[in-house]
Design a binder for this molecule. Sequence first.
Ligand SMILES: [Zn+2]
Length: 289
Amino acid sequence: MSRGFRLDEAKRQGEKLAVDEGNTSFPVDLFAIASKREITIEAIKDAAPGVSAMLLRVGDTYGIFYSTAIPSRGFQRFSIAHELGHYFLEGHVDQIPFDGGIHASRAGTFCRDVFEQEADSFASGLLMPSRLFKRALNGFEDGLAAVKGLAGLCQTSLTATAIRYAELTEAASAVIVSTGKTVDFACMSPAMKSFAKLTWLRPGDLLPKGTLTANFNAQRDQFDEAERNDETELRLWLDGTRSRDVLEEVIGLGRYGKTLTVLTCPDAGGDGEDEEEEDSLRESWTPHF
Ligand SMILES: [Zn+2]
């Protein structure tokens, strides 16, 4: 089984759990899911540096400790959902290392271990099931407004929400997280991929010079949470693409000097506004199963 397939499957299982447990609106209730399995969830202040949460195992009894070192509710919820992933995903509790009955995780750090990646994928699906997420997405303007709005609804971090947004939006959109001059990671929505048949930024690449993001990062201080936006050309970001307008929105993530960039092409996929309106009308009249 390929890694990509395993990660998709983990995400589907997270989504399925959210739906099976009766979550019909956001935020998904992690505590209800845990308490049904008699898994206790507790906050701790003194976790080891970098540890986001821990799964405790005593015989067949499980518990979750999550760290409050990073005071973001969204990050903490992702960390809890990650541990639930280890609990629910097949094979995890038998294969992940437990040291004295404790498995320590570093959720959302893009670690290469497949079990950790699967647990992150599960967490994303559990906290942001696709059908609910897509329905909520229609209530926001494309771009950073949608990411912020959805993060508020789902109680998820801006970064995790932006990644999910890029997966599920119909807009031509790209999401980039960067530090200083360097790209941490980048992902594109399917519509953006369809007209960007070219190499996209990889982790460790330099940010393209002259972009709002590169300039913002050159000036920002570590704790900056400022927002900027600029109407620019996609060509600045993607070599070889034909000239196309793009809105570049940038926000400082306020810790470790990271920056989130959302690129949105306003005329994606040739969808006129009328067509979009028709679509959303059709959507509201179509039953979902
Ligand atoms: Zn883990």
